[in-house]
Ligand binder design. Structure first.
Ligand code: NOJ
Length: 799
């Protein structure tokens, strides 16, 4: 069953049946203001922080789904009948009304046709201003004149989400609303610099700032009393629950269209409201703001565009997977319908990984994130697992603070620098790769010399931070040289303490290799020697301790019992131990082939690769929380999406393009567009996991958007399947593709030059490059870095 389709030309996903089983969301905003919005215009807005600066309210995990939202109601003033432009909240019958939602890059467009009235609500946040715009068009397609009323509705939130949810004796009396000059202002009396406003490009006929007055007793957003009556009550109040409803009566002659603009902004009426109202009352300015946003994404997506025989890959890589990866970097992992506020900040491992995939499309934000992560890095070498980077901002960047009467302790760095008991063994290792990738992409070697304070004490250059990360992993090993598991590794639910983790030892080897390349480039020969020696030691320990005969084990409990061995009853084989043995270059070719064959044999399903097999059914606290998770869900043998691309990369390293594509295709959301009765979640976003074969809902996808799968699938497809990888010395082209691909092309911008790459595969191979021509000249294996401003023709023949 399908509910929509990909419109590749416009880079939109079009939902033409809005009664999808779960909310299909999108993200508006690219800088500081963000709205998470569903296909039914449900959702919420925040400014910089979902926890500390909420603008609109959301009742998460509620029924009906995704309420409240940012709604526009239309009322026929001759009959009293009303509906909403988005299908919900009024929810007219599809037999009489037609609804469409177009989710695009940082905008969503809702369209409806009902009783000869065609209406559209385009929502976006201009790059330059902290305001959400609703560009509403209403057209009379019929033959007779229509008298209509238009009402908006949104529900303001107390700015601190925890207080909004838990401390009503404060939130309900510490914020108020007022109306003047067509602008609703929502203020925080205790925090006199914080305001939100809602305005329009017209003089309203009536308004409501008080939620309960607009909605009415024992009613919901489905049937607000104000809309039913055809008029708001001009309510406002100090204290209480507040909303933004502006009402306008319009008359449309046959064929006539009218356009109304609404603005939800951050700031006071005086400071921002008047100027924003003036600016965006001009439809010309709205048009240009939207154009700028389109250009922003055009520019970004133009850094890497491919054309292959695989339409799903083209659509996902050229638009959706990049968009997902960018979203994780820009908004971090705590703003969705799953994470709706209480947690903020950066997950050390999560953001470190997210950064890696978009260093080419977002050099500024990725650099900023890297610096934030380095400020959360301790002088002992480990990263703070989950931390609020605001705490480590230099004083001059911090907001002024008044103390709220409710005591919320002021966090200080000392409070949040945790000790060894909370260290995850993998967290900071990811950052080694992210930083080196950033430098390779952007060519700024001086970044390694930037001095950044440690979270606990002292400071060091970026380069020194990196050596501390690698030294930490070399220090915290068991007697056999394998890294200790500590609180957890990538797998939050594998809690091995002093036991050992194969994955982190493989990762250590991987990070060492990446670092050594950078040390070579910087001419730090002593370090090249030192860290090569460590890498050799790590590889030897892995090969001696971790091979199980058919595959690699996942580690040891602190009692020395093997995890992920054929001898175990449950959890015999783990995906990450195999993919990382190969990706890290630890595994010999023979073992690599064997272990990846075992992955295919035991872990593959038509919806993707399982994280482990068989699922655990007996709690075992020496292994960890994973044994206490329901079978087939999340870390206990679900199809955890994030590790799937590592298996694709591993297969590409082995040169098995058909197998790599089999793994890529199984989990590709695009391929599940027509089985939404099984998948449920949006087909344009990877989800955190898909229920595994041990669960009754096998194939159901959960937790869209904020998962490392976006970034890693982007990396797997662009750098390993299509094989285009920047290095310090030049561009590598090393595709690993299905043998039936005859050709593909890629346009890649790198350091100011364009590489127009055409790859031919006349012999139907999966890997191997016979020849490369750059602007007609043969090069051996690497395309030298070309001059800024040049467009370079690259012809590659595989064979
Ligand atoms: C989700 C967490 O955000 C991520 O850090 C972790 O690697 C995976 N779960 C697996 O446990």
């Amino acid at each position: 069953m399908r509910y929509g389709y990909f419109d590749d030309k416009n880079r939109e996903y079009v939902i033409d049946r809005p009664d999808v089983p779960v909310s299909w969301t999108n993200y508006l905003g690219v800088k500081d203001l963000c709205t998470v919005i569903s296909h039914n215009a449900g959702g919420y807005t925040f400014y910089k922080s979902t926890e500390h600066h909420r603008v609109t309210r959301f009742r998460q995990n509620g029924i009906p789904l995704d309420r409240p939202g940012h709604y526009v109601y239309i009322r026929d003033d001759d009959t009293g009948e009303f509906w909403s432009i988005s299908w919900q909240p009024v929810g007219k019958n599809f037999r009489r009304a037609k609804y469409t939602c177009r989710h695009g890059l940082s905008y969503s467009k809702f369209q409806c046709e009902y009783r000869d009235i065609e209406a559209e609500q385009l929502m976006f946040i201009p790059i330059e201003d902290d305001v959400e715009l609703w560009d509403v068009k209403i057209k009379n397609k019929g033959r007779k004149k229509r008298n209509l009323s238009v009402f908006t509705y949104l529900e303001f939130s107390f700015h601190h989400v925890e207080i909004d949810n838990q401390n009503l004796q404060m939130s309900l009396y510490a914020s108020g609303s007022n109306y003047k000059d067509g602008i609703i202002e929502y203020d925080f009396f205790y925090e006199p610099w914080t305001y939100h406003f809602f305005a329009s490009n017209f003089k309203p006929d009536s308004y409501d700032c008080v939620r309960d007055t607009f909605i009415g007793d024992y009613r919901t957003e489905n049937n607000p009393i104000a809309v039913e009556k055809g008029e708001c009550s001009n309510s406002s109040e100090l204290g209480g629950n507040h909303c933004g409803s502006l009402h306008k009566k319009i008359t449309l002659k046959a064929g006539e269209e009218k356009r109304l603009i609404f603005m939800l902004g951050v700031g006071s009426r005086e400071e921002k409201g008047y100027s924003i109202k003036k600016k965006y009352s001009s439809v010309r300015n709205v048009y240009y703001a939207f154009k700028d946003l389109k250009n922003y994404w055009k520019e970004k997506t133009s850094v890497f565009q491919c054309k292959t025989p695989h339409e799903g890959l083209n659509s996902m890589i050229n638009t959706w997977t990049l968009y997902q990866a960018e979203t994780c970097v820009v908004w971090s992992r705590f703003a969705s319908f799953i994470e709706t506020g209480g947690r903020v900040g950066l997950g050390y491992r999560d953001t470190s990984q997210d950064v890696m995939s978009v260093v080419h499309t977002n050099p500024e934000k990725t650099k900023y994130r890297i610096i934030q992560l380095l400020r959360g890095h301790t002088s002992k070498g480990y990263g703070l697992h989950l931390f609020d980077p605001a705490v480590f901002e230099p004083e001059e960047n911090k907001l002024p603070g008044v103390k709220l009467p409710t005591v919320v302790p002021t966090p200080s760095p000392a409070d949040i620098v945790h000790g060894m008991e909370d260290v995850c063994s993998d967290d900071a290792l990811w950052l080694v790769a992210s930083i080196c990738e950033w430098v390779v992409e952007n060519g700024d070697l001086t970044f390694f010399d930037t001095v950044i304070p440690y979270a606990d004490k002292g400071e060091g250059t970026v380069y020194e931070h990196l050596t501390k990360i690698l030294d930490f992993s070399a220090k915290y090993v068991g007697d056999d040289g394998i890294c200790q598991g500590l609180r957890a590794d990538w797998n939050d639910c594998l809690n091995l303490g002093g036991g050992e983790t194969a994955m982190v030892s493989f990762m250590h080897h991987w990070a060492l290799q990446i670092f050594i390349e950078s040390a070579k480039e910087l001419g730090r020969n002593e370090d090249v020697e030192k860290y090569t020696e460590i890498a050799n030691k790590v590889k030897k320990a892995c090969e001696e301790q971790l091979w199980d005969g058919e595959w690699y084990i996942r580690g040891f409990t602190k009692k020395g019992i093997k995890i992920g061995t054929n001898e175990s009853e449950e959890g015999k084989i783990f995906l990450n131990a195999q993919s990382w043995a190969v990706y890290s270059d630890v595994a010999s070719n023979e073992r690599a082939i064997k272990c990846m064959d075992a992955v295919d044999k035991y872990l593959f399903s038509k919806y993707g690769l399982h994280l482990l097999w068989p699922a655990y059914s007996q709690p075992d606290d020496d292994i960890g929380y994973v044994t206490r998770v329901y079978k087939g869900i999340k870390e206990n043998a679900a199809i955890f999406s994030h590790p799937n691309p590592w298996a694709v990369i591993a297969e590409c390293k082995l040169g098995r393009g058909n197998r790599a594509m089999k793994f890529y295709d199984a989990i590709l959301p695009y391929n599940q567009n027509d089985i939404i009765e099984i998948r449920q979640a949006e087909p344009y976003s990877y989800c955190q996991f898909i229920m595994g074969k041990d669960h009754s809902a096998h194939g159901r996808a959960r937790h869209p958007w904020l998962t490392g799968s976006g970034g890693w699938f982007y990396t797997a497809a662009t750098k390993y399947i299509l094989g285009i990888r920047p290095t310090y010395k030049g561009l590598v082209i090393d595709p690993c593709i299905p043998s039936d691909w005859k050709s593909f092309s890629v346009k890649r911008k790198w350091r100011g030059a364009v590489y127009d790459i055409k790859v031919k595969n006349p012999d139907g191979v999966e890997k191997g490059v016979k020849s490369i021509l750059v602007n007609g000249n043969t090069v051996k294996d690497l395309i030298p870095i070309q001059k800024t401003g040049t467009i370079n023709k690259v012809e590659v023949v595989m064979g």
